[in-house]
Design a binder for this molecule. Structure first.
Ligand code: ADP
Ligand code: MG
Length: 740
C-alpha cells in the first residue's frame, strides 16, 4: 500500500468497489477501471445534446449509443405459426421495424416479440415527437441497426412520456444540457457508467490540487476537481474540452516529472571515464569485420565513444530496425570499454537470445574472444555466457571469471542480476530490448558498480519521437535508420485462408520447395497447444510432418520446453540440421539464421503490427531474399468491422518494410480500443487519455514544466510531485510498453 501524500491522490486511488460495491466493480474491471481515478478518467467518447438530434452518419458498428431521433416510419410484420408466435414452437415471432431519422439519414430499429408486445411498442413509439434510443449498433444486411434498444419518447416540450423506472434512468440522461456517451459493455450501458461517475465525483472533496499553482498557471489548465466535473457533467462542449485538456496534461506531466527526476538523479552520479586506446581490441575487431560499417553505424559509435569518455554515466537508447546492425555497434562500444580496462555486461530478455548474442559476439570476435589462452592475440579477452539453466560447474567458472575481471564481456539473462554475480570493474551495461525489463531491474544491475556504469539500451521496436519522449524520457536517443547494404527485401503476402484454402496448401508446397533448395523456414504459431482458438505449435508440427512436409526435418520450439531442449533445437536449426522450425514468438527477436528465407505466420491476425514486422525480420538476413506469408482465417468469419481492421493491419504489414510507419499505425489502431477483444485486455496504460501521437505538444509542454519543477524543487519535497513519481513508477513497473 502506498501512503499518498496528497488528498487528491488518496481519493483517486480509492477502489471503485468501495464506492460502487463489489458487483459493479467487477463489471468495471472489464473496462480496466479499478480505482475512482480510473473511473473518472474513463471519459465519454462523445456528448449527446439533450435537445438536438444525433447525427446518424456518425454511428459506428459495435458502439453502444444513445441516439436522439425522430420516428419516421413503423411497420409491423406478423409472425407465422399462430399465437403465441415463438420461434421454438416452430413459428416465427412478430416484429416491429422502425425507421429513425435525424432529418437527413436513417437508422433501422427492430423489436421482436409476441403480437401484444409488438403492438405495445408500436403504440409507445407513436406517443412522442422524438425519442432517445439506447443500445448497441449492429449490422443487418449491410445496414446499421439497433435491435431492442431501450427507449423513451419525449413530447414536444422535451418532457418524458410515461414514468416507468427504466424510463427515469433515461430521463436523467436527457435532463442535463450535455450527456456523455461512455465506452461501455453490455452489463454497463452508458447511462449506468454515467451514474457511477456521478457517485465517484461526489466522493471527491475538491481539496488541494496535486500541482502547485505555478504549474497550473504555466500549463494554463483548470483545477483537477473542476476538470473531472467538466468532463463528466459539462454544460458546453468547450467546458468538456477544457476539462479533458487538464486531464491530458496530468498524464503527460506525471510521466515527464518522473523522467526529469530520474535524469537529475543520474546526473548526480559519477561514472568512470572509459577511453578506447589505439591498437587494442576495438582496432583488432575492425580489422577483421567482414563488412564496412555504414555511415549511421559510425556516427552512433562516435557518439557512444564520446559519452563513454565522460564522468557522467551514459543513459542512451539505440533504436534501429531488426537487422540494422545494432549488435556490431554495441560490440564496438563494449570493446572500447574493455580496452580501457573495464568490463561489460550484455543483458538479453531470454536465454535463447542470450545464447544468440554470445554466439554472434564470439563469431565476430573470433580468437579475440579467446581469453588469455596460449596463441591468442595479446589484446584478447574472455567472453562468457551466464544463464540460469547452465550446469553448476560452468556457472561457477563464469562467475569466477566475471569476479576476477578476466571476462571482458559477460552475456546473460537476468541471472546477471543475481546477488552472487560480482564484477571486478563493471563499466558498461548493454540491455537488449529493454521493454521486457522492469525499471527496477535496470536499477539492480547499475547498483553492482561502485561508480555508476554507463548504460546503453537497444531496441528493435521503432518508436515515434513523441512516444519515445514519454516512455524513454530519461534516455538520450540514437537511431540507426538505414539497413546495411546487401540486406534482402522480405516480400510479404496476405493469405486469406477462409476465402482461399487452396493457397494454404500452396504455402506448404512453397516451404517444401524452399527446403529442397537447401534453405530453411520458420512457421510461427500464436499458441503452444491447440485450443478453441485454433491449432497450436505442437499439433501443427505433427500435421505438417505427416502431410505436406513429410520427409522434411521439422523442429519444434516454444517456451514450455526445458531449456536444454530449446538450446538443442535452436542450435540444430542454426547448424542447418533442422529445415523448418515451428515455433511460438520465442523467435521474435535476435534469432539470426541467414539461411532462413521463408516465414509462414499462422493465424496472423493474432499478432500486432509491430510484432509481425519484428517476426519477419528473422528472414532475409543472408544472401537470398525472404518471403513471408501471413495466413489468416479470421477474415470473413467475424463482423465486417473486425474483418476490415484485420485486413487493414495485415495489408499494412505487407505493403511496407518501414518499421516506423508501421509503429505509428500500430499505435493508432491500438487506440481504437477493443475491436479485437481479448488481445487488447490486460492492465491499463498510463497513456490512455493522452494519445501520444496526437498530443505531442502537450508532452513537450509538460516536459518543459517538469524541468522547471526539478529546478525549483530539486529535493522533490512537493507532496504532489512525490505522489506523481511514485504512481508513475508503479505503472511503469507493471504495464510498460503495452505499446510495443
Ligand atoms: P540488429 O541487432 O540491429 O538486428 P545485427 O547487428 O544483428 O542487427 O546485424 C544483422 C546482420 O547484419 C548481422 O549478420 C551482421 O553481421 C550484419 N551487419 C551488421 N552491420 C553490417 C554492415 N555494415 N554491412 C553488412 N552487414 C552488416
Ligand atoms: Mg541483434
Amino acid at each position: 500500500m502506498v501512503m499518498w501524500r496528497t488528498q487528491a491522490y488518496r481519493e483517486l486511488h480509492t477502489s471503485v468497489a468501495e464506492v460502487l460495491g463489489a458487483r459493479t466493480a467487477k463489471e468495471f474491471e472489464k473496462l480496466r477501471v479499478h480505482t475512482v481515478g480510473d473511473l473518472l478518467r474513463h471519459l465519454p467518447r462523445r456528448y449527446l445534446s439533450g435537445t438536438e438530434l444525433t447525427d446518424l452518419a456518425t454511428l459506428e458498428e459495435g458502439e453502444h449509443v444513445a441516439v436522439m431521433a425522430r420516428v419516421s416510419r413503423t411497420n409491423v410484420i406478423r409472425g407465422s405459426g399462430g399465437y403465441p408466435a415463438q420461434s421454438r414452437r416452430g413459428g416465427r415471432p412478430s416484429r416491429l421495424e422502425v425507421t429513425l431519422t435525424d432529418g437527413r439519414g436513417y437508422l433501422a430499429v427492430t423489436f421482436f416479440g409476441r403480437d401484444h408486445l409488438v403492438d405495445y411498442w408500436e403504440r409507445e413509439l407513436g406517443k412522442g415527437v422524438r425519442g432517445i434510443f439506447v443500445g448497441k449498433v449492429g449490422r443487418f444486411r449491410d445496414q446499421l441497426q439497433l435491435t431492442h434498444p431501450e427507449f423513451v419518447m419525449l413530447d414536444a416540450a422535451g418532457a418524458i412520456v410515461g414514468s416507468s423506472e427504466e424510463k427515469q434512468r433515461l430521463a436523467t440522461m436527457s435532463r442535463s444540457g450535455l450527456v456523455g456517451m461512455y465506452p461501455s459493455t453490455a452489463k454497463l450501458p452508458t447511462w449506468k457508467v454515467a451514474e457511477c461517475c456521478r457517485l465517484a465525483l461526489a466522493t471527491l472533496s475538491g481539496a488541494d490540487d496535486p500541482w502547485p499553482d505555478w504549474v497550473l498557471d504555466a500549463a494554463d489548465v483548470m483545477r483537477q476537481a473542476d476538470a473531472f466535473a467538466a468532463v463528466h457533467q459539462p454544460h458546453t462542449l468547450a467546458e468538456a474540452e477544457a476539462g479533458a485538456q487538464r486531464l491530458r496534461f496530468d498524464e503527460a506531466f506525471a510521466t515527464q516529472l518522473t523522467m526529469a527526476y530520474r535524469r537529475a538523479d543520474v546526473a548526480t552520479h559519477t561514472a568512470v571515464r572509459r577511453r578506447a586506446v589505439p591498437g587494442g581490441l576495438l582496432d583488432a575487431l575492425d580489422a577483421r569485420l567482414p563488412f564496412t560499417l555504414t555511415d549511421g553505424q559510425r556516427e552512433v559509435c562516435d557518439t557512444l565513444f564520446a559519452e563513454l569518455d565522460r564522468a557522467r554515466p551514459m543513459q542512451r537508447l539505440l533504436q534501429g530496425e531488426v537487422g540494422s546492425g545494432k549488435t556490431v555497434v554495441a560490440l564496438r562500444a563494449m570493446l572500447a570499454v574493455v580496452d580501457a580496462g573495464g568490463q561489460c555486461a550484455l543483458l538479453a530478455p531470454t536465454e535463447v537470445l542470450a545464447q544468440q548474442h554470445y554466439a554472434t559476439i564470439r563469431a565476430l570476435m573470433g580468437d579475440l574472444a579467446g581469453g588469455r589462452l596460449l596463441g591468442s592475440p595479446d589484446a584478447a579477452t574472455d567472453v562468457v555466457l551466464l544463464t540460469g539453466s547452465m550446469p553448476a560447474a560452468a556457472k561457477r567458472s563464469a562467475l569466477l571469471r566475471a569476479a576476477s575481471g578476466e571476462a571482458g564481456i559477460v552475456v546473460g539473462t537476468h541471472a546477471l542480476l543475481n546477488d552472487k554475480v560480482q564484477f571486478a570493474d563493471l563499466g558498461f551495461i548493454v540491455i537488449d530490448e529493454q521493454h521486457r525489463f522492469g525499471v527496477e531491474q535496470r536499477g539492480a544491475l547499475t547498483d553492482k558498480a561502485s561508480a555508476r556504469p554507463h548504460v546503453l539500451v537497444l531496441t528493435a521496436t521503432p518508436i515515434p519521437r513523441s512516444v519515445a519522449m514519454t516512455i524513454f524520457g530519461d534516455l538520450d536517443i540514437s537511431t540507426l535508420a538505414e539497413l546495411p547494404a546487401g540486406r534482402q527485401v522480405v516480400g510479404t503476402v496476405v493469405v486469406d485462408a477462409a476465402l482461399r484454402p487452396a493457397w494454404v496448401e500452396r504455402a506448404w508446397q512453397r516451404v517444401a520447395e524452399e527446403v529442397a533448395q537447401g534453405r530453411q523456414a520458420f512457421v510461427v504459431v500464436p499458441r503452444i497447444n491447440s485450443s478453441d482458438e485454433g491449432v497450436g505449435v505442437v499439433e501443427l508440427a505433427e500435421r505438417l510432418s505427416a502431410g505436406p512436409l513429410a520427409g522434411v526435418r521439422v523442429g519444434v520450439l516454444h517456451g514450455q520446453l526445458p531449456s536444454e531442449a530449446k538450446e538443442a533445437t535452436m542450435a540444430a536449426f542454426a547448424a542447418g540440421e533442422v529445415d523448418v522450425l515451428v515455433a511460438t514468438t520465442v523467435i521474435e527477436v535476435g534469432v539470426d539464421v541467414p539461411n532462413a528465407t521463408m516465414m509462414v505466420i499462422w493465424d496472423a491476425e493474432r499478432f500486432g503490427i509491430s510484432q509481425l514486422h519484428q517476426l519477419r525480420g528473422r528472414i532475409g538476413r543472408g544472401e537470398h531474399p525472404g518471403v513471408c506469408l501471413l495466413i489468416s482465417s479470421a477474415m470473413g468469419q467475424k463482423s465486417a468491422l473486425v474483418e476490415d481492421t484485420i485486413r487493414q493491419r495485415l495489408e499494412a504489414v505487407a505493403a511496407t518494410n518501414d518499421g516506423f510507419e508501421l509503429a505509428e499505425l500500430d499505435l493508432l489502431q491500438r487506440r481504437e480500443g477493443d475491436v479485437l477483444g481479448a488481445e487488447q485486455s490486460g492492465s491499463r496504460s498510463s497513456l490512455r487519455l493522452l494519445s501520444v501521437l496526437e498530443h505531442a505538444d502537450v508532452i513537450t509542454q509538460a516536459k518543459e514544466i517538469a524541468a522547471e519543477a526539478v529546478r525549483r524543487d530539486p529535493e522533490r519535497t512537493t507532496p504532489g510531485f512525490v505522489d506523481a513519481v511514485v504512481a508513475t513508477e508503479q505503472l511503469m513497473a507493471g504495464d510498460f510498453l503495452e505499446l510495443s
